[in-house]
Write a protein that binds this ligand. Structure first.
Ligand SMILES: [Zn+2]
Length: 390
């Protein structure tokens, strides 16, 4: 007598670079866990999803997004822009600060099914409105407040965030550097990593990287703005290689204005891949050019990264970065939590914009189903096809 399963994802290609899976198989879910991976499981299921021609992978994790809706102008809806587009866990990158964190808990973390984490903005205000940089008044950097919130909410706060662009820290290198140093010191005191937003900074990239610790994260590594990762000769700068060798991480958050094909393509050709693939989805870009994490992933494949390299950086790598690995996120494991994403790669190409005026044909990834903690979530359509509705 065969065991009865709650749900079977049937006949897809199970791929998990971290766990070593790559085979056509059924994946069965029972009691919120992955019950089995193998052949012939669908006859025993209460519910079956036909995954023929699709990839069945660990639930995607987006390490950089903006989801503080109704408080911040940049907040995208959590489940609609994440869970229903294949993302089971998402980290808000600095939209909330210490003074707004309780509202973030109530409005974002608690009511949504997407697992939500936070890189707490080093400014107590957080990123409420792009027109007024959150550190333009440097007194809003209050380390004690940030540290207290991080200490009280370790289940949510997994690091700090500082934006180093001139609209946030001003145009003077001296005071901007001091803000960075205070942010790094706060991370050190709290035992947490710091994400640093680069591009159009008043401080040179060398001077920023020099101050980061192993485990700190550079956001927007493929930005087309000044003080990016490429030198004038088009090769990845020595200071970038040196920082990576020391353990500084680089992520590829796309955002409305920080992802350039003209930077990403040569960097990828030179073997400079992001450590983590993330989207920087926000209310300003979820109708394009970002749309969602899956669209960003498919752009990186079109730019020359392998499918497995991209997938690993949108599952295992962010799960480790966010401290979710120990909870079973980022991989497929029989007996582990059933966080699973099913998607297919479309045959037809879409011409997709970057964030710097470029465009290229991309065979997009499109979600088929998401399983979060064992619950089957149906996808919503791609915003590129429905943007006229918003
Ligand atoms: Zn961002």
């Amino acid at each position: 007598m065969q065991e009865q399963h709650d749900l079977v994802l049937a006949g897809g290609t199970v791929v998990d670079p971290a766990g070593g899976w790559r085979e056509v198989a059924d994946l069965a879910v029972s009691g919120g866990k992955v019950a089995a991976i193998g052949e012939g499981l669908s006859s025993s299921a209460s519910e079956t999803v036909d995954c023929t021609g699709a990839y069945v992978v660990p639930g995607l994790v987006d390490a950089h997004t903006h989801i503080f809706r109704d408080v911040s102008k940049v907040g995208a809806p959590v489940d609609e822009a994440h869970l229903q587009r294949g993302v089971v866990a998402a980290a808000d990158a600095g939209t909330a600060g210490a003074s707004t964190f309780n509202a973030f808990l109530r409005l974002v973390v608690e009511p949504n099914r997407t697992r939500v984490l936070s890189f707490l903005n080093i400014s107590v205000l957080g990123l409420i409105d792009f027109r007024f940089g959150e550190l333009i008044n440097p007194r809003t950097l209050v380390p004690e407040d940030a540290l207290e919130v991080a200490k009280e909410h370790p289940e949510v706060v997994r690091g700090f965030k500082i934006r180093m662009s001139t609209d946030v820290v001003g145009t003077e290198p001296g005071p901007a550097t001091e803000l960075l140093e205070r942010a790094v010191a706060t991370g050190e005191e709290g035992g947490l990593p710091l994400i640093v937003h680069i591009g159009e900074t008043p401080v040179s990239l060398d001077a920023i990287l020099e101050r980061l610790r192993p485990g700190d994260i550079v956001a927007h590594c493929y930005t087309g703005k000044e003080e990016g990762i490429l030198g004038e000769d088009g090769t990845v700068r020595e200071c970038v290689h040196a920082a990576r060798a020391r353990g500084v991480l680089f992520e590829s958050a796309h955002g409305k204005s920080n992802f350039s094909y003209a930077v990403a393509k040569p960097a990828i050709e030179q073997g400079f891949f992001p450590d983590v693939v993330c989207s920087d989805t926000s209310y300003r870009n979820w109708n394009g050019p970002v749309f969602d994490l899956m669209t960003t992933m498919s752009k990186l494949v079109a730019l020359g990264m392998t499918f497995d390299d991209v997938l690993e950086r949108a599952t295992a790598a962010p799960a480790r970065l966010l401290g979710l690995w120990d909870e079973g996120f980022g991989r497929l494991e029989v007996g582990g939590p059933a966080n699973v994403t099913v998607f297919r790669q479309l045959e037809a190409e879409d011409v997709l914009p970057d964030a710097a005026g470029g465009s290229m044909p991309v065979r997009r990834f499109e979600p088929v189903a998401t399983v979060a903690g064992g619950a089957h979530v149906a996808p919503v359509p791609w915003r590129g096809a429905v943007s006229s509705l918003s």
